[in-house]
Design a protein around this ligand. Structure first.
Ligand code: GLN
Length: 303
């Protein structure tokens, strides 16, 4: 496995230079693009990694999966009255469908959907970001995880588009808390810093029927884990979900920090990171690495 990961790194590193680091906020634009890491964690607790798998990065939209599983536990099926389960076919930060679909976002992984889920968590927790940080520390087994205040503040400063979505949903009655407070918590969650190893471990419950072996906890039920994986396969990479299914064939979730997590149900969780993005906001070398991995081990859930 170590050799395979090294050969994948060699194969995809030349792609660095053909994408573009996220530049919608200055704090992310400063990241050194010439980085690549990958970590694989098996349901038996074996860990394999190569490259800069121990370098922390901004998890960004990968946090939306954790917000969803936190909310699911409390709201169960009721939550689907407020957010859909269909791919949007639009960029992650698009507003266009929200108005003609009465303020109900298409799915929990586009920004509008993640904001509704954050609003649900705001109703449930006194300090939603600290609840999330504690959850991530438990899931990853890393007690030192923190959020990057510079990134979170900068996202808040440039919040116009996310704020517009939240206020539009409020106008439709689909947002219950103070928008600015929810935005702060949402950005604090996006600005969590984790490395590939932390994320591969933190996602292992989705590969393991909802069970996190290193914390010994059933995080969600086996049925819910199957449902979340279904949503990740259809919407985890936004308007590139179809391309990702075609090339990689695994449930996955990306973030504009350049991380992508993929789940091999009943076997492994994988995290790859390289900061340069393609035009859909997904890590360019990351997708290529996951494609090479799934090709060489025959890991696709589609056969
Ligand atoms: N795709 C992403 O990673 C986007 C997350 C980012 N914090 C935003 O809200 O725009």
């Amino acid at each position: 496995m170590d050799e395979l990961l090294q050969s994948i790194e060699q194969k995809v590193r030349p792609l660095i230079g053909s994408g573009k680091v996220a530049d919608y906020i200055p704090a992310l634009a400063k990241v050194n693009p010439n980085q690549f890491g990958i970590a694989i964690y098996s349901n038996n607790g074996e860990l394999y990694h190569t490259g800069q798998a121990d370098v922390e990065f901004s998890i960004q939209s990968i946090s939306k999966v954790f917000s969803l599983t936190l909310a699911m536990k409390h709201y169960g099926e009721d939550m689907w009255q407020r957010v859909g389960r269909e791919p949007s076919g639009n960029p992650f930060n698009s507003l266009v469908q929200l108005e003609y679909e009465a303020g109900i976002p298409r799915n929990p992984f586009i920004n509008a959907g993640a904001l509704v889920v954050s609003d649900m968590n705001q109703s449930r927790f006194a300090t939603p970001h600290y609840a999330m940080r504690e959850y991530l520390r438990r899931l990853s087994g890393n007690e030192n995880l923190t959020s990057d205040k510079v990134v979170a503040n900068s996202e808040y400063e440039f919040r116009a588009r996310n704020a517009s979505m939240a206020y539009l949903m409020k106008a439709f009655g689909n947002f219950h808390n103070d928008v600015e407070e929810v935005l702060h918590n949402y950005f604090d969650n996006c600005a969590m810093r984790m490395n590939c190893i932390d994320l591969a471990k933190a996602f292992s419950f989705l590969a393991n029927k909802g069970y996190c072996q290193h914390s010994g906890e059933q995080i969600i039920s086996a049925r819910e884990a199957k449902q979340v994986n279904g949503l990740l396969a259809t919407s985890g990479l936004y308007d590139e979900a179809g391309n990702f299914a075609y090339r990689v064939g695994l449930p996955g979730k990306s973030g504009v920090g350049g991380g992508i997590v993929a789940i091999v149900p009943n076997r492994f969780s994988v995290c790859v990171w390289s900061p340069e993005l393609n035009t859909s906001g997904n890590s360019l070398a990351g997708i290529a690495a996951l494609e090479a991995l799934s090709d060489s081990i025959g890991w696709s859930v589609f056969g």
